[in-house]
Write a protein that binds this ligand. Structure first.
Ligand SMILES: Nc1ncnc2c1ncn2[C@@H]1O[C@H](COP(=O)(O)OP(=O)(O)OP(=O)(O)O)[C@@H](O)[C@H]1O
Ligand SMILES: [Zn+2]
Length: 679
């Protein structure tokens, strides 16, 4: 599509309703989509921004089972959490719907029925894995095994998350049911398949030949490799009781595969938004763009387009600008490992700072390769870029205008070459930024925006109006006028990236509503216009703020280590006679002191009931001597005495060790007389 399209349908991947939104989702999908849409609106284009929760599929049924609630209750909880956090983050969806809605069930059913009636599916009875204990077919994530491609031993029945290969359950080596842990048996069942192999020549022409130039290399490359490997028919139904029922007689107990119904969710959400929905999906003059992360490429570039093609009434995506992945502090973001910065928590911890997160995630977006988010980088980008460059420039321009002219925009006079150069750059900037945005290069676009603020700072630093005001007041008028022109343009150009700050700046400058096309010209803030009072756009992020976040992550790491700790294998068997030789008694600590010049050792005096004896114990890192006096402990009393740091240790205190190496006393659960035997 080269000419300006008549309208746009922009979709953002439907977030899966089994966890909250994290920064990876934002950087990969929702932020670039929101920047794009906000920009289009400023261009006056007709655009609908579509999203909603993806609420079907096996992981939701597994979570519901685990929590003892129904799948509907599970998705209700996360749908609301996700919807609210997007809203609080100012993601400007025109509609945020959900796939458990009636309108979606109806739309997805109709879609399936049309393809079914027109003979677009292949019906096949095959052997599928069945869990005899749970009396259930094992779709997708109900089955794990070893990936035949990469050897990952926890690949799912539909996909290996390690190498990204899409799988059939029967491809897995050593398959196991995730319900019972048992190896499954094979049972006959009937399903409907979309014969992707038949769409291969068309896909080759449409993508491999047609989109070589305009799709991102990572997206194009993945598609080409899929097509080159040869496509197989793909089942679009599942034996499951949660989802859109297959609307065909004899298909009781079967639902549509989640990846069949989810993308149709974009269409149903548009239906929920407007009775005019058809022109956003069926008119060739509409430009359809899907924003997704890299693991969704095959579904949006191969499977969904084949479905749309089979249906025949719908347009195809013009582009699918998928991003790579964002990692967190060097580790893959993971919902199940709680390794994430959760959006709703961020918004609580950093109230009023949604733009800072938007800035950092866009400046560091994984557009061409995986990238890493670190709190140090977050702090540096806020303090050294947003605050020091953008915030500082705006503040100078507004404060000086208030000081010299009581907020009235002065007129220019007699332009110097330098002024003309700066105005020339300003005039060209909207086009430069727009071109990057239209090519889905949001990092470059943001970097140009910051260059404009840098230019403004440099202009003021070079011309030094604060000195000239004493000698050349006419010159200062020109300088301040130009600084304000830059500020006014920034207020509009930054809106897609930093909507909250852009709003504040527009208020500060007392601006009339303006569009992208108005920027770069002196008409925005004409001489005589009165601006408002200065207000700080950004504030410093302190060390303590980011240290608290890093600590939160360290705590998560520790909790994960404890949860994943694997017990050491048991030692060799011993006989009862051997065990009987061991004499363990309950005793009480009478005295405790640190052993001089050591870090780990405490010297204890213990009442063992038999005697009072000295024991040297390596527990000083975990206990303060004064805290343990009076505690009952278990002591091995017939261990041969040993010399430790010049002290004779007569026995050993029994300690239990945690996964992180910390120690606890092995103590009786109620008071026991000293000397009481342990057996
Ligand atoms: N770390 C990430 N970086 C970039 N994009 C991501 C990241 N994690 C998920 N996405 C994208 O966000 C969109 C929504 O993700 P979805 O709700 O399907 O969760 P997911 O991929 O299962 O992630 P998670 O397992 O972390 O919840 C998808 O398009 C996905 O590709
Ligand atoms: Zn694999």
């Amino acid at each position: 599509m080269t000419n300006t399209p008549k309208r746009y349908t922009v979709t953002a991947a439907l977030p899966y309703a089994n966890g909250p939104v994290h920064i990876g989702h934002l950087a990969g999908v929702y932020l670039p989509a929101d920047i794009y849409v906000r920009y289009l609106r400023l261009q006056g284009r007709d655009v609908k921004f579509i999203c909603g929760s993806d609420e079907h599929g096996v992981p939701i049924t597994i979570r519901a089972k685990k929590e003892g609630i129904t799948p509907q209750q599970a998705v209700d909880k996360y749908h609301e959490l996700i919807r609210k956090s997007f809203q609080d983050f100012d993601v400007s969806f025109d509609v945020y719907d959900r796939t458990s809605s009636a309108i979606h069930h109806e739309t997805a059913s109709d879609f399936f029925r049309k393809l079914y009636t027109e003979g677009k599916f292949v019906e096949q009875t095959t052997q599928q894995y069945f869990d005899e204990k749970a009396q259930q077919f094992l779709a997708d994530r109900y089955i794990i095994g070893t990936c035949p491609k990469c050897g990952n031993d926890s690949a799912y029945g539909d996909q290996c998350e390690s190498c990204g290969t899409s799988l059939n359950a029967t491809d897995l080596i050593n398959p196991k049911s995730t319900l019972s842990g048992e190896p499954p048996v094979l049972r006959e069942t009937k399903h409907w398949y979309l014969p992707l192999n038949e769409y291969e020549p068309w896909l080759r022409e449409w993508i491999v030949e047609g989109h070589k130039g305009d799709w991102k290399p990572n997206v194009y490359g993945q598609c080409k490799s899929w097509i080159d490997q040869g496509l197989q028919p793909r089942a679009v139904t599942r034996d499951l009781d949660w989802g859109v029922p297959v609307p065909v007689e004899g298909a009781e107990g079967k639902v549509l595969y989640v990846w069949f119904d989810a993308p149709i969710g974009y269409i149903s959400a548009t239906k929920a938004l407007t009775p005019d929905w058809e022109k956003y999906w069926k008119d060739e003059e509409t430009k359809l763009v899907h924003f997704i992360g890299k693991d969704n490429i095959v579904f949006h570039c191969i499977i969904f387009p084949s479905m749309l093609k089979a249906h025949g009434d719908y347009i195809l995506p013009d582009n699918v600008p998928a991003n790579e992945f964002l990692n967190l502090e060097g580790d893959k973001i993971s919902t199940s490992r709680n390794w994430a910065v959760w959006l709703h928590e961020y918004l609580q911890d950093f109230e009023g700072k949604s733009d800072v997160l938007r800035y950092v995630l866009c400046a560091n977006a994984p557009e061409t390769k995986d990238n890493d988010f670190t709190w140090k980088d977050y702090q540096a980008r806020n303090n050294n870029e947003l605050l020091a460059i953008l915030g500082n420039f705006i503040n100078r321009a507004v404060v000086l205008t208030q000081k010299y002219y009581d907020g009235v925009v002065p007129a220019t006079n007699n332009l110097h070459d330098y002024d003309k150069e700066v105005l020339e750059v300003l005039k060209g900037m909207p086009m430069v930024i727009a071109t990057y945005i239209e090519r889905y290069r949001f990092r470059d676009a943001l970097s140009e925006l910051m260059n404009l603020a840098r230019l403004g700072n440099k202009y003021l630093a070079d011309t030094e109006p604060w000195k000239l005001i004493k000698t050349d007041t006419e010159r200062v008028k020109t300088i301040m006028n130009i600084a304000l022109q830059i500020s006014g343009s920034l207020a509009i150009l930054m809106e897609p990236f930093l909507p909250v700050s852009a709003g504040k700046l527009r208020t500060m400058l007392n601006m009339n509503p303006a569009m992208w096309a108005d920027t770069g010209s002196a008409e925005m803030l004409p001489a005589g216009h009165v601006i408002g009072k200065p207000e700080l756009l950004f504030e410093k992020v302190e060390d303590a703020d980011v240290e608290a976040q890093v600590q939160k992550l360290l705590d998560t790491k520790k909790a994960n280590e404890l949860a994943n700790a694997v017990a050491e294998p048991a030692k060799e068997n011993i006989t009862f006679e051997e065990f009987s030789k061991i004499d363990i008694r309950i005793g009480t600590i009478l005295e405790a002191e640190k052993v001089a010049k050591t870090k780990k050792l405490l010297k204890l005096k213990i009442d063992t009931g038999i005697d009072q004896r000295t024991v040297v114990s390596g527990i000083a890192e975990f206990f303060m001597p004064e805290d343990i006096i009076g505690q009952q402990v278990s002591i091995l009393v017939n261990l041969a005495p040993r010399e430790i740091k010049g002290i004779t240790s007569q026995g050993m205190i029994l300690m239990a060790e945690n996964a992180d190496g910390s120690l606890a006393f092995v103590q009786p659960s109620k008071q026991i007389v000293n000397g009481g035997g342990v057996s």
